[in-house]
Design a binder for this molecule. Sequence first.
Ligand code: NAP
Ligand code: G4F
Length: 345
Amino acid sequence: MSENRCALITGITGQDGSYLAELLVSKGYEVHGLIRRSSTTTTGRIAHLMNAAPGPGSVELHYGDLSDSIGLNTLILDIEPDEIYNLAAQSHVRVSFDKPLYTMDITGVGALRILEVARQLARRKEVRVYQASSSEMFGAAPDVPQNECTTFRPQSPYACAKVYAYYQTINYREAYDLYACNGILFNHESPRRGEQFVTRKITRAVGRIMHGFQDKLFLGNLDAKRDWGYAKDYVEAMWLMLQQDEPDDFVIATGQSHSIRDCLEIAFDRVNLNWEDYVEIDPRFFRPTDVSFLQGDCSKARESLGWEPSTPFDELIRIMVDADCDLAARERALEDMNANTDPRK
Ligand code: NAP
Ligand code: G4F
C-alpha cells in the first residue's frame, strides 16, 4: 500500500524521528529528513539507516531549520512528499521557561511554516501532515483521564506553543481542506530518549553509577506523575493517523500514570541498589510551574486506528536501564583501553 511513497520528517535526528524513519523505511518509503547544520554529529540515532541508495527504503538528509520559511518552501516544493511528519521542536519544557520566544518561534510558528508550504503543495498534489502535539497542552486540566475533548490548560511556554500549533493544524484542515492531524502524544521514552528528560536521566545515571562514572544523581520534583509509554509504539500511531480516510486528532497514551519516585524505584531495583542512597534534590531542576499529573485515555485511537500500547512502564524502564548499563560498560572498556595505550605512561 505504501510502496513508492515519499515522506519528509522534520526532527529526524530526535528520538521519535529515528524510530519513525525506521518504520517508514521498513514500509518501503523514500524518506527525507530535515537536519540542522551543527559542528558536531547529530545523526547518531539514524546512522544505521544511511546506507541504502536513493529511492524506496532509503533516507536522504537535507539541511534546514524550522525558523527558515524560504528554505522549507524550497525543500518541500522540490521533494513533493506525500506525507510530512512535523516532529522538530524545542521540545524541553524546562528550557522553554528560559527561551520562551525561541520556543514559540520553533515549536509554535515552525508548525505554521510547515502547514503553509503544505497548503501550497496541496494545489499540485495530495499531501498529508502530522503535527506532533503534546499532552503538556492539558497542563493543569482538572479532568482525569485526559482525552480529545479535555480543555487545554497549558502550564509552560512550550505547552502554549504546542497549543498554538495544534489550533493552526485544525484551522488548515477546516479552512483549506488540508489533510492534517494532531497526535496528542503522552510522554514516551526509549533507550534513544534525550538524556535531559527525566526517565533517561535516571537510567543513564544508573548505568554510570554501576561503572564508577558518577555517585550522585541530582533531580527536581519527584512527585510529578506522567503517563509514560514506549516511543517505538507511538511512531506506529503517527503513521496510522495519516492512513485514514479522513484527518482527525488522536490521544496516544497507556492509560497508566506513575511518579518520578516509581521510576527511581524500578530503575535502581534493576541493579539491586537503593535510589535513596544516590538521589539528591537540586532546586535548579524545579520549574516555575510544573504539570503535576497526566493520564491519557486513548479509547478513540484504539477504536479508530486499532492502536494499542505494547510495553508496560516497569518493562520500559528495565529496557532503558539494561541499554544504559551496556552503554556505560562500553564507555568503561574504552576508557580502560585508552589508559593502557596512553604513551605518557
Ligand atoms: P527530541 O528528541 O528533542 O527531537 C527534537 C528534534 O527536533 C531533533 O531532531 C532536533 O534536531 C529538531 N529540531 C530542534 N529545533 C529545530 C529547528 N529549529 N529546526 C529543525 N529541527 C529542529 O524530541 P522527541 O522526543 O523525538 O519528540 C518529537 C516531537 O514530539 C517534538 O515535537 C516533541 O515536542 C513532541 N512530543 C514529544 C513527546 C515525548 O514524550 N517524547 C510527547 C509529546 C510530543 P537536533 O538533533 O539538531 O537537535
Ligand atoms: O522528562 P521531563 O522533562 O518531561 P516533560 O516535562 O513531561 O516533557 C516531555 O513530555 C511531553 C509530553 O507530555 C513532551 F511534549 C515534551 O516534549 C517532553 O518530551 O519531565 C517529567 C517530569 C516533570 O514534572 C519534571 O519536573 O519530571 C520532573 N523532573 C524531576 N526532576 C525532572 C527532573 N525533569 C527533568 N527533565 N530533569 C530533572 O532533573
